[in-house]
Design a protein around this ligand. Structure first.
Ligand code: HMG
Ligand code: MG
Length: 298
């Protein structure tokens, strides 16, 4: 069966904007986040507290958070290390995410460390965040395929997933960073995780749409009991440290499918589409989302 309700974890302001060539002004980001919340998205990933040289697009995190002010959404942020956690907590952040990799190649490219060393880096971050009362999501990248290593074996993914929960993460988002997954592979991974005691209630899925499979993969995950789905408004996104990563599953495409299935998301599709058209104007290129194009007659 399918769930009655899906929680959308909106990543456009973070995963989307981190990969845009043009740096969006801080005021536009703050307005984007408000418009997303007004469209009914109640979890809006806001930014990352990473090294500004690694992701210059998000170097304004200190200016952005106070500018957002009151908004009817949870605003999780990415944090790689203790320096990032200090910066986030100083601004009153209540939800963080650490981001690990199932493969050594991407751990090196994205975090400048081995898998073991990156988990060691996260350990005090998760502990201190939880002591401070913040919730901690874990991301796991390259759960299906890796641009350097090819297909990633299921036990390798399950092993790193287990370790992220052991550190104290309460939710894990399974990243198809380069968008190579297909629905059978999604089902096989969710089954393997379930056999290791990691059921769909603690998992989220994070699909990039490089090969046009993101929506089919999401449906496969829903059939396996997953109810939290990451998506980015207008299909913005990618990852600057992974070759061949394109945008995330577009939130509008997801909402169109879920509406058709009678699954509640709380999202107002017209308002969301208008927001993505507005953001496309700021980015100077049309949204790649088919639903945005269809609904806005671009
Ligand atoms: P490093 O160079 O190994 O850092 O980078 P370090 O610990 O050796 O420190 C070097 C310098 O950076 C020091 O300054 C630190 O203070 C400073 P110095 O003493 O030389 O003047 N520094 C910082 N400054 C500000 N904020 C910080 C910070 N940390 C250190 N947080 C590091 C290691 C993790 C920092 C770096 O590799 C990094 O920033 N990586 C982030 C990469 C990133 O953001 N990638 C995109 C997000 S992941 C993603 O998109 C995938 C996802 O969507 C899921 C999916 O699709 O699969 C989540
Ligand atoms: Mg991503």
């Amino acid at each position: 069966g399918l769930p009655a309700r899906v929680r959308i974890h909106e990543v456009g302001a973070r995963d989307g904007l981190q990969n845009e060539k043009n740096v969006v002004p801080t005021e536009v980001k703050a307005e984007f986040i408000h418009r997303l919340a007004d469209a009914g998205l109640h979890t809006v990933e806001a930014t990352s507290f990473v090294h500004p040289k690694w992701v210059p697009q998000l170097a304004d995190a200190e200016q952005l958070m106070p500018l957002i002010g009151d908004v009817a959404a949870r605003l999780p942020v990415l944090v790689p290390n203790e320096r990032g956690l200090e910066r986030a907590l100083a601004l009153g952040v209540r939800e963080i995410a650490v981001f690990g990799s199932a493969t050594e190649s991407f751990a090196q490219a994205n975090l400048n460390r081995t898998v073991d060393a990156s988990l060691a880096m996260f350990e005090p971050v998760v502990a201190k965040a939880r002591q401070a009362g913040a919730t901690v999501r874990g991301y796991l990248s390259m759960c299906f395929g890796d641009p350097w290593e090819g297909p990633v074996p299921l036990p390798q993914v399950v092993g790193v997933a287990r370790r992220l929960f052991d550190l104290g993460c309460t939710e894990l988002s399974l990243g198809d960073t380069i968008g190579v997954a297909t629905p059978g592979h999604v089902g096989a991974l969710l089954t393997a995780l379930g056999e290791a005691g990691l059921g769909p209630q603690v998992l989220a899925v994070h699909f990039h749409d490089t090969y046009g499979q993101a929506l089919a993969n999401t449906l496969a995950a829903l059939r396996h009991g997953v109810t939290t789905v990451d998506a980015s408004a207008g299909g913005l996104g990618g990852c600057p440290y992974a070759r061949s990563a394109t945008g995330n599953l577009a939130t509008e495409d997801l909402v169109w499918m879920l509406n058709g299935l009678g699954i509640d998301t709380g999202v107002d599709l017209a308002r969301l589409t208008a927001t993505s058209v507005w953001m496309a104007g700021h980015l100077g290129r049309p949204s790649p989302s088919r639903t945005v194009r269809a609904l806005s007659h671009e």
